[in-house]
Ligand binder design. Structure first.
Ligand SMILES: NC(=O)c1ccc[n+]([C@@H]2O[C@H](COP(=O)([O-])OP(=O)(O)OC[C@H]3O[C@@H](n4cnc5c(N)ncnc54)[C@H](OP(=O)(O)O)[C@@H]3O)[C@@H](O)[C@H]2O)c1
Length: 300
């Protein structure tokens, strides 16, 4: 099969299209013919070697953590899905390839394109896992730090669907985007507490950090209790008594919940840019530069 591969850590130019061995679905897994895959921060962090100590890479490696496509192989003991189904989910083999093995998936809901479905994989699972740690959101005010990116834009819509009032932080250029998702925007950085107080004079009930920008202590102060704050990206969490969210936890359930919201029109995965697989290096550079509205997606 054709796949994007890299043979050493480095900048996006280490990525090249090559022939690679086909992966196969193990027990409880399935394989898809990939139609679209997304770029997540973990993909460019692994490619750049930033995670070399924590998660050493075996070369050659195929990047990519999620994808959408058509099921073409079903592993032993895998149930509830058939060859020909159109699914999206989390990849256990690199997803920037013609074929990828998924370990957790859901059927693509009718309103979504395959690009949107690919854009929903890791971010919707992570957003739901994060929101779940904060309890019932109906009628509560939630502060989302880093609300315009991949996980953030998913978390805004899903929190709104759960009945929360959402305050989201972003650079000013993304404030209209946040309003369009249903959030009240504020700018992140120094002075956050007073900007949040101005739009939420009755206070904030819970906060979810989706940026890992070092603001966790400020979020704890704003909310007043570390038990009501969670992060998907900040390693200082334990010292502050804040929960760290694992995006892959309960992934099958959470992807199904995301698909249900998609079917109801309550969650539409947002795409900043799409690139054909042949231009994966550009896609990585775009995602790594940050400040996207939603996701960068590869098409096959
Ligand atoms: N725990 C897990 O399982 C898991 C799963 C998925 C992702 N993650 C991690 O979660 C983080 C976000 O992922 P993503 O896919 O959403 O990335 P992304 O699409 O690149 O979004 C990053 C967001 O961070 C915001 N940001 C940048 N600097 C900031 C600052 N100083 N203060 C507050 N916000 C700031 C950006 O906002 P502006 O564009 O408005 O500047 C952007 O919205 C990454 O670190 C990723 O590795 C963890």
């Amino acid at each position: 099969m054709r796949a994007v591969r890299f043979h050493q850590y480095g900048d996006p130019q280490v990525l090249a299209i090559e022939d690679a061995p086909e992966p196969h679905a193990g027990p409880g897994q399935l394989r898809i013919r990939v139609r679209a895959a997304s770029v997540n921060p973990i993909d460019w962090k692994i490619r750049a070697g930033y995670l070399a100590e924590m998660m050493p890479t075996t070369f050659p490696a195929i990047p990519g953590s999620d994808a959408a496509g058509v099921v073409d192989e079903v592993g032993d003991g895998t149930s509830g899905v058939a060859i020909g189904d159109v699914v999206f989910g989390l990849a256990v083999s690199g997803s920037a390839a013609e074929l990828a093995v998924l370990g957790a998936w859901a059927q693509v809901p009718a309103p979504w394109s395959l690009e949107q479905a690919a854009a929903a994989g890791l971010v919707s699972a992570t957003a739901i896992a994060g929101l779940d740690t904060l309890g019932d959101l109906a009628g509560r005010t939630i502060l989302l730090e880093g609300a315009a990116g991949g996980v953030g834009s998913a978390a805004v819509e899903i929190a709104v669907a759960r009945g929360a009032r959402v305050i989201g932080t972003a650079s000013e250029v993304h404030h209209d985007f946040l309003r369009s998702l249903g959030a009240t925007p504020v700018t992140y950085g120094d002075g956050l507490a007073s900007r949040v107080a101005a739009v939420a004079p009755d206070g904030v009930d819970v906060a979810l950090d989706l940026a890992g920008s070092g603001s966790l202590a400020d979020l704890v102060k704003i909310v007043g209790d570390p038990a009501k704050v969670a992060t998907v990206a900040d390693f200082a969490a334990a010292a502050l008594g804040v929960t760290v969210v694992q995006g892959a936890a309960n992934a099958a359930t959470n992807l199904a919940l995301a698909a249900e919201l998609g079917a109801r029109g309550s969650y539409t995965p947002r795409i900043e840019a799409t690139f054909p697989m042949e231009r994966t290096a550009e896609a990585h550079a775009r995602a790594q530069a940050g400040h996207t509205e939603g996701k960068v997606v590869l098409t096959l």
